[in-house]
Design a protein around this ligand. Structure first.
Ligand code: SAH
Length: 362
């Protein structure tokens, strides 16, 4: 441990709230309470999000007293990188340890159009989709906004070494973002703010398994961010088998809430549709799906199922995937097939899991 880190450890109590949870206004209020000038907030945000320092000590244009006060009140190191792996295709997977010892995963995907980070919003998940690894151990706890923001900062710090940038964010890691709605929204505001990470709304996507009341609430926020729904089935029967949440939030009601969102925001919706061999991947399913969503302003993203050892789903053969996509196209539905990335490091959709502290070295 170098001297600087030692010093920081002495002054920064680990149970302090994450400084990354604070909106600009909240930071300003805190400064005024301490008798500081409000303009300091800009300096602090620059240190956090532009220069991305790892210690309050490094905020050298602030007085020593203010730096100490910050260190006494907040934490700058809520995430510790336990594992960082890079796949053959450049995809990176990070295992981060939280202050209470739980671990979460974050993925960085490299595309032609830029680098996209997939962030986690909960330790585990309680939605119970029958094909997904993230839900196997249930939900442990929600992440705080700052713990979600810190994932982006940490990954950006790793990319700083090669002069690359995180250019887009997908909220598609572990957890159901709409089950942690308030913190997710704070996270969105911080990364979107021009003094925060300044990531444009159109470069951010949130995906939900279909928590209907939150879809209405989200529509009313009128944010310009991209919205995706994990549909995975053309009818109630199949959806309930794949996703138990469909019993509480029924498909016809889900479709109504999505139409409300589209009317309210004028934006289109992306439907994620995982192809599970023999379950939902036949031509008749594609035809039924086209009937269900054909009249809606949308786009379908087909995801070939990713292998999860605890689950029994089999992959749909490539030809069948193309036939499924073509059937949708013929009915006038926009469709793409998701490019697969990060397979060799278990970083693909549905393979992320919150590990218990003791199996971190697995
Ligand atoms: N809870 C949110 C965010 C997760 S996004 C949601 O459900 O939308 C991750 C996407 O990967 C979701 O569409 C999810 O249903 C899908 N997924 C999960 N497990 C998968 C698997 N084994 N194979 C392919 N896709 C999977």
């Amino acid at each position: 441990m170098d001297n600087q880190t030692k010093k920081q450890k002495q002054t920064e109590a680990t149970e302090n709230p994450s400084i990354y949870s604070l909106q600009l206004d909240e930071m300003k209020e805190w400064l005024v309470e301490k008798g500081e000038k409000p303009f300091r907030v800009k300096q602090i945000f620059e240190w956090l999000y532009e220069k991305r320092v790892t210690s309050f000590e490094d905020m050298t244009n602030l007085s020593k007293k203010l730096r100490e006060q910050l260190a006494q009140s907040f934490s700058l190191t809520t995430l510790k990188t336990v594992i960082q792996q890079t796949s053959n295709d450049g995809t990176m997977k990070f295992l981060f340890e939280l202050q209470d010892g739980y671990t979460i995963e974050t993925v960085l995907m490299r595309h032609e159009y830029g680098n996209s980070i997939c962030v986690t919003t909960q330790v585990g998940c309680r939605i119970g989709c029958t094909f997904c690894a993230s839900t196997l151990g249930g939900l442990k706890r929600n992440l705080e906004a700052g713990e979600i923001v810190a994932q982006v900062v940490k990954v950006q710090q790793a990319l700083d070494e090669t002069n690359e940038r995180v250019s887009s964010v997908v909220i598609m890691g572990i957890g159901e973002p709409f089950d942690n709605y308030g913190e997710m929204l704070s996270f969105l505001k911080i990364i979107n703010h021009d003094l925060g990470l300044n990531i444009g709304a159109r470069h951010i996507t949130v995906s939900t398994s279909g928590i209907i009341p939150k879809i209405y609430q989200f529509a009313d926020e009128q944010m310009q961010i991209n919205f995706a729904v994990s549909l995975h089935a053309p009818n109630t029967e199949i959806r309930s088998k794949l996703m138990p949440i469909n019993r509480a939030y029924k498909l016809p009601d889900l479709m109504k809430s999505i139409e409300y969102y589209i009317n309210k925001t004028g934006r289109r919706v992306t439907f994620e549709y995982g192809l599970f061999g023999g379950v939902n991947d036949q031509v008749e399913h594609a035809e039924e799906l086209a009937k269900l969503i054909g009249h809606i302003k949308c786009h379908v993203n087909l995801i070939p199922v990713n292998y999860v050892p605890e689950r029994n789903y089999v992959r749909t053969p490539k030809d069948q995937i193309f036939l499924f996509a073509q059937t949708l196209k013929d009915k006038g539905v926009n469709v793409t097939i998701r490019r697969e990335q990060g397979h060799d490091i278990d970083a693909a959709c549905g393979q992320l899991r919150a590990k218990e502290r003791q199996d971190e070295t697995r």
